[in-house]
Write a new protein. Sequence first.
Lengths: 164, 81
Amino acid sequence: MENRDEFLKKMENLQVPDANPSSHQKAVKMAIMNAERSAVLGVWLVIVPCYFLICVFMYYYFHINMGWFAAMFTLLSSLEKVPYVDFLGPLVLFILPIVCIVINALSIIHVQVQKLGPDQRKIREFNISIKIKLWNILLILLSLIIVSVFISYVMTENISSIKN
Amino acid sequence: MKLNWFTRKGIFYLPVSAIGWVILVIAFLYAIYIFADIDSRSHSVSDTLINFVFNLLIIGLVYTLIAFFTEKRPAGIQPEE
């Protein structure tokens, strides 16, 4: 009996750990798209503009005067003159890299808006987390380069045509 | 609607159903037709290849786009965690 009272006393005096559940949040951060699938599609989306840009760089920057590199941009410029295929050039060089950026960004970015706590109802927190997925980030950067090269080309062409 | 027509191996999609195989065969036949058409109008082998590579990449892109949306995925697993 004494032992039991002692035990109960001990149990009553035990210090309960004070765990605050709000400080131990471990949210499952789901991305909208699958990272691996987005990377695979992204490779196919940027493969044509990359091929085109490599040909242009080889011809203009490295002055490799091979028919193979010259023929690639004569092919794209000739597409502009064909009535139903004239959209193909801007589509390949601008729209496809943009799509690549969007799908790869959706697969690595997680956005969350949450209230800070029950005592701070009016204050909201906006969290953006980016997963470090090498292939997705590389494809986004590559697509950004392609789009910026295309935009700068269009701008310089327009400026030179206005001046002339 | 789930369409399990293709499965992914690396960056390539392989057909796993009859419709998938039909799409792959159509893509192949179209590539052969394009090659023959370009070859009939070009003056050299390199001229044929230059124009054909671009068309082949476009065909590959369209095929991959179809396969991407009709890929076979494990049940219950949608986006990556």
